[in-house]
Design a protein around this ligand. Sequence first.
Ligand code: MRU
Length: 344
Amino acid sequence: MPVQTLRWADSRLFILDQTLLPGECREIELARLADVWEAIKALRIRGAPAIGICAALGVLVSLRESNPANLDTARQTALAAADHLATSRPTAVNLFWALDRMRRVANAATASDPKEFFTALEQEARSILDDDKRICRAIGAHGAPLIEEGTGILTHCNAGGLATAGYGTALAALFTAHEQGRRFSAYAGETRPLLQGARLTAWELVNAGIDVTLLCDNMVAQVMREGRINLVIVGADRIAANGDTANKIGTYGVALLAKAHGIPFYVAAPSSTFDLSLADGSGIPIEQRDPGEVTCGFGRRTAPEGVRVYNPAFDVTPAELISGIVSEHGILRAPYVDSIMGRV
Ligand code: MRU
C-alpha cells in the first residue's frame, strides 16, 4: 500500500507532515491558504507532483476559508490564491502546471453561484490527484523492467509515494519490480541538507520490505567503484525540451559518477514535469534555501556562527548524461527534443 501523502475529505485538506518523518507519522490539516503556502515552503509536503496537487487543493482551501459572497469574488479569490501559491517554491514545474489548470477552470467556469464554481474547481483538483495515481502506476510499469534480479540501484532524494499522490516515480519502478517478485538491492543517498533520502526514501523502502542500504552522499563514488551499483534512477522537478533535468541538489554529481563508471542513469517523471517552454536547462530557476538548513539541520548546530553558506536546493543534469526518461508513456530516449515533443 502506498503511503497517504495527502487527502481531500469533506472539503478539507490533510497532509502527512513530512518534516516529522521517520520519527513521527502525523497527519495535519491545512485549513487556511497561509497553511498551504507554509506547508509547501517548509517541505511539510514536498516532491514535484505532490506540491502541484497540494497547491491545486490549496485553491479550494482558500475558497472555503473566505466563503465568497458572489461569483466574481469567488473567481478573484481563486485566481489570487493560485498566484500566491505559485510564490512558494520556484523549481518544480508541476506546481505551476497544476495551478495553471486551476486558473483555466476558474477563468472558464460558467457557474451560476460560488458553490457551483467551487464544485467545478474541486473536480479539476480531484482529477489532477486521481491522474497522478494512475500515472505513477504507469511509470512503475515502464520502469520495472530496468530492474533485473540482483540489480543494485541507487536513488537520490525522494521520488517515492511521499513525493506524489500515489506510488512515486523513481521508486514506483522499485515497488513494481518488488511486487513482480524480483530481488534487488536499493541504495539511498541520504541527500543533504534535509535528508530526504535518509528520512523518506529509506523509510518507504524499509516499509515496503525492499532491501535498502543508506549511504552518505559522499560515499557514492566508492560504492560504484566496488561494483555494487548497476543502475541509477532518480526523479525530476523540471525537464527542459532537450532533456536537461533539474532534480535535488547532488543529482548532477551522481550522474557524472554514473557516467564515469559506465552505469546507466535514468530519470523517472510524469509529463507534467516537462517544461517545453525552455529549450535547455540553463533557464530552470534554482531555489535557494535558508542557510540554517546547512548549519543547523534539525536543531543541532554543526557549523560556526557567522560562516557564509550557499544552499541551492536543486541542480541540473545535462541530457547527455541521461540514459532515458521513464514517463507514463514509456521510456523516452535521446534526442529528447523529438521523443518529448511527440509524447507530452
Ligand atoms: O526539495 P524536495 O524534497 O521537494 O525535492 C524533491 C526532489 O528533488 C524529487 O526528486 C523530485 O521532486 C521528484 S519527486 C517524484
